[in-house]
Design a protein around this ligand. Structure first.
Ligand code: UT7
Length: 336
């Protein structure tokens, strides 16, 4: 059975920097509150309507393909994790991205699992590659969260942001040690919850139509979050998932050279890491610059770690994510 190896990564964020000070002009908040409660100093947001998920996905994908030295024409699978596709129901981002890249041989699809999306997409691609159903794949995590944020809700508008990350995953036949991050393990979990993180209207449960002005004015087509409920869930889940991932590959969490967590909130990451007694300097934290980019969060952090030289041959790297669903997942990579 071939192994699945990440041979190149990339990322793309919008050019527009939005500081905490700018949000102070929008809602009743302060730079000090946002920094101390979330760790965020600034984030990137698209100029409304000017860029959609496919645009950011394309930027990240092109970087990942260049890093892997793989032409788009070689791709046979594209999986895009997003909860903010360009269009509400169809078409999906994956075929639009294939068209942009000229990936004529690729099949693919979108996968919707909010902040857990990239790990779920990686788990899926690993299974395709190991089974022989695909040999050269592209995995993208992207969200334009600004398109579903209620800009009058201070508990969410200061956290979420826009961005994309991508990875090229290639089949490495047994005995052929393709350089990169071999996906040793990937697992997922979930538990139905319709209140913690939800966009109440605009889907099949509550379609929107003419006459829904009051509902729209209330922002029911925007993200609603039960912050404290998700805070507790996130701390517990992140710690438990890192332990589960370590057990799955027969090591202790301390043996992970690096943990790449979903950039949910610096305090959540710190609390989970403290529970495990894991050293904080070996955790990738970039939420200060990018905010919480949902599907983009883990692959952006991974790309920064790879490009920043924080991953060396022999290292075990743990990716961990959680979010709406509720859902969670982890993956372990061995760098070689
Ligand atoms: O990506 C996956 C999904 N996301 C998450 O899992 C997010 C998890 N939750 C969080 O990150 C945090 O719960 C928040 C950042 C959303 C909130 O932080 P917190 O420390 O849990 O604050 P809180 O909800 O306990 O609120 C404390 C106070 C409240 O005021 P009162 O009731 O004490 O007067 C809030 O109204 O802070 C207030 N508050 C704010 N104040 C200034 C909430 N948001 C803001 C804000 N600026 N932006």
């Amino acid at each position: 059975m071939p192994s699945a190896v990440i041979t190149g990564t990339g990322m793309c964020v919008p050019e527009r920097v939005v500081t905490n000070a700018e949000l102070e002009r929008l809602v009743d908040t302060s730079d000090a509150w946002i920094r101390t409660r979330t760790g965020i100093r600034e984030r990137r947001l698209v100029a409304p309507g000017e860029q959609a998920s496919t645009d950011l996905a394309e930027g990240a994908a092109r970087q990942a393909l260049a890093a892997a030295g793989v032409p788009a024409q070689a791709l046979d699978l594209i999986v895009v994790a997003t909860c903010t596709p360009d269009y509400p129901a169809m078409p999906a981002v994956a075929p639009l991205l294939a068209g942009r890249l000229g990936a004529e041989r690729a099949g693919g699809f979108d996968l919707s699992l909010a902040c857990t999306g990239f790990v779920a997409a990686l788990a899926t691609v690993q299974a395709f590659v190991r089974s022989g159903a695909a040999s050269t794949a592209l995995v993208v995590g992207v969200d334009v969260m600004s398109s579903i944020i209620d800009w009058s809700d201070r508990s969410t508008c200061v956290i979420f942001a826009d961005g994309a990350g991508a990875a090229v995953v290639r089949a490495s036949p047994a005995g052929d040690a393709l350089a990169g991050g071999e996906v040793l393990h990937a697992s997922l979990g979930m538990q139905g919850n319709e209140t913690a993180l939800v966009v109440p209207a605009g889907g099949s449960r509550r379609p929107l139509g003419a006459g829904d002005a009051a509902l729209l004015a209330r922002g029911d087509n925007r993200l609603r979050m039960a912050g404290q409920q998700t805070f507790r869930f996130a701390v517990t889940t992140m710690a438990a998932e890192i332990e589960r991932a370590a057990r799955a590959v027969g090591v202790s969490p301390a043996e992970f050279a690096l943990v790449v967590p979903h950039q949910v909130n610096e305090r959540i990451i710190a609390a989970a890491i403290e529970r495990l007694g894991y050293p904080r300097e070996r955790v990738v934290i970039d939420i200060d610059r990018w905010g919480n980019t949902c599907g983009g969060s883990v692959p952006i952090a991974l790309d920064e770690a790879v490009r920043g030289g924080r991953v060396q041959p022999g290292d075990l790297v743990c990716l961990v994510a959680f979010g709406a669903g509720l859902s969670w997942g982890s993956a372990v990579l061995r760098w070689r």
